[in-house]
Ligand binder design. Structure first.
Ligand code: GLV
Ligand code: MN
Ligand code: MN
Length: 417
């Protein structure tokens, strides 16, 4: 469907859902949606999204880190820029809406303006960020940190699970790792950043509302932990003489659960565990596992992390194994600017009659963008609050309401501090 259909008063929600389906077909695996940074699927998504941006009256470019950016000019020269965005990468076996909904909604809003031949006193850019999930290199917000000017160049030496270095993957994708800094924007160029995203939780559903105002985004740490014991024969080594890396890792995982329980509103997840050599009749000699820790309050997350690592060293000493934890990602919590929250609440109230506020436990590109400009977020209800799961779902009607909120917000946007 072209942007003209919006002009003809078709449902913006229907166009958004069509585009979500088209993007969901671009996957590394036929059995579920997986689209990681610097893959052919990343290229495919940028190409498709870039074509929709062009159809909607935007000039399009790919920046130095691999974000795709469309720009819709203002009705006057030298106007500042309002950015709308979210991410186009996914977790492994993802849902279709996490990230993509924000990008296609932004494009649909510009398509509506373009269809009406309307320009605003501000320029509007729509960004499809290239890596928010960190599914390939384990460090998140790569695209938005590059735009915010906080990309850590040390990450260029991170390797994916096949041993491919990020800088080599960039070159293969057609990017120059020495020029990543060129993706950065100056604070004085930007008015604000707005992100629309599925809620990924059940609050809006429970409230009977399609959209909500986000107050802030939880901080997060990711650790990769290597437990080294001694591989051995499963039949000959008595239990008390073993240095089983998997049993140690299992205890470490339970420590994550018990420790976060002692820190208010802190959550911890062990989502990956690789066992070596991984044979039925061999005592595991090495285990590498991931830990994801989150909390709205940074001191709680950081104190939980210290206590977890202290207890891991007790396990290491007792079991005669070595435990080394590497922090591969750390992001402080971020607040949505009060004036952005106010304007989003006004837009939701105009569209839906009332607005609720809620915090985000999930990470979002807005958290990284808060380092360079004021940020605001709109959450859209998703079925059962299910996300990071192929069963993620929203309704056409809610996609439509989300787009109407975004369009109302953009058309009435007031630069405030
Ligand atoms: C991103 O979706 C995250 O919160 O991990
Ligand atoms: Mn996600
Ligand atoms: Mn997301």
């Amino acid at each position: 469907m072209s942007s003209d259909s919006i002009l003809q008063n078709a449902s913006i929600g229907a166009e958004i859902m069509d585009r979500i389906e088209a993007l969901a077909k671009i996957s590394e695996s036929p059995n579920g949606l997986t689209r990681r940074y610097l893959t052919p699927e990343h290229r495919g998504a940028n190409d498709l999204v870039g074509s929709w941006m062009r159809d909607s009256g935007m000039t399009v470019r790919e920046d130095a880190v691999g974000n795709i950016i469309g720009r819709y000019p203002a009705d006057c020269d030298d106007a500042p820029t309002l950015m709308i965005g979210s991410h186009l990468d996914t977790v492994v076996m993802a849902g279709k809406y996490d990230g993509m909904l924000g990008v296609v909604t932004g494009i649909a809003c510009i398509g509506s303006l373009h269809g009406r031949r309307k320009h605003l006193p501000i320029a509007v850019e729509v960004v499809g960020f290239c890596d928010e999930e960190g599914a390939r290199f384990q460090s998140t917000y790569l695209g938005s940190r590059a735009v915010a000017g906080t990309f850590d160049r040390a990450l260029l030496k991170c390797r994916d699970e096949n041993g491919i270095c990020m800088d080599d993957a960039m070159i293969a994708f057609g990017l120059d790792p020495d020029r990543v800094h060129e993706a950065a924007r100056r604070p004085d160029e930007l008015l604000a950043y707005i992100e629309l995203h599925i809620e990924q939780g059940p609050v809006l559903e429970e409230q009977g509302l399609a959209a909500g105002v986000v107050t802030g985004i939880a901080g997060a740490n990711r650790l990769i932990v290597t437990v080294t014991g001694t591989a051995g024969h499963a039949g000959t080594v008595p239990m008390k003489l073993r240095h089983d890396a998997l049993l140690a890792a299992a205890e470490c995982s339970l420590v994550v659960e018990t420790v976060v329980g002692d820190f208010r509103d802190t959550v911890g997840t062990v989502g990956r565990l690789d066992v070596s050599p991984g044979a039925t009749n061999v005592i595991p000699g090495q285990v590498v596992f991931s830990v994801d820790l989150r909390a709205a309050e940074d001191h709680l997350r950081l104190n939980a992390s210290v206590e977890i690592q202290r207890q891991w060293q007790e396990i290491a000493a007792r079991r005669g194994v070595d435990i080394v934890a590497e922090v591969v990602h750390a992001a402080p919590s971020a607040h949505c600017a009060p004036h952005m929250q106010r304007q989003i609440a006004e837009a939701i109230t105009r569209v839906e009659g009332r607005a609720v506020t809620l915090p985000s436990g999930a990470g979002h590109d807005a958290a990284a963008m808060a380092d360079v400009t004021d940020v605001g977020m709109i959450f859209v209800r998703c079925a059962g609050g299910v996300s990071h799961n192929p069963n993620e779902a929203i309704t056409v009607a809610d996609a439509d309401i989300g787009a109407r909120v975004m369009l109302d917000l953009v058309e009435n946007f007031r630069a405030e501090r």
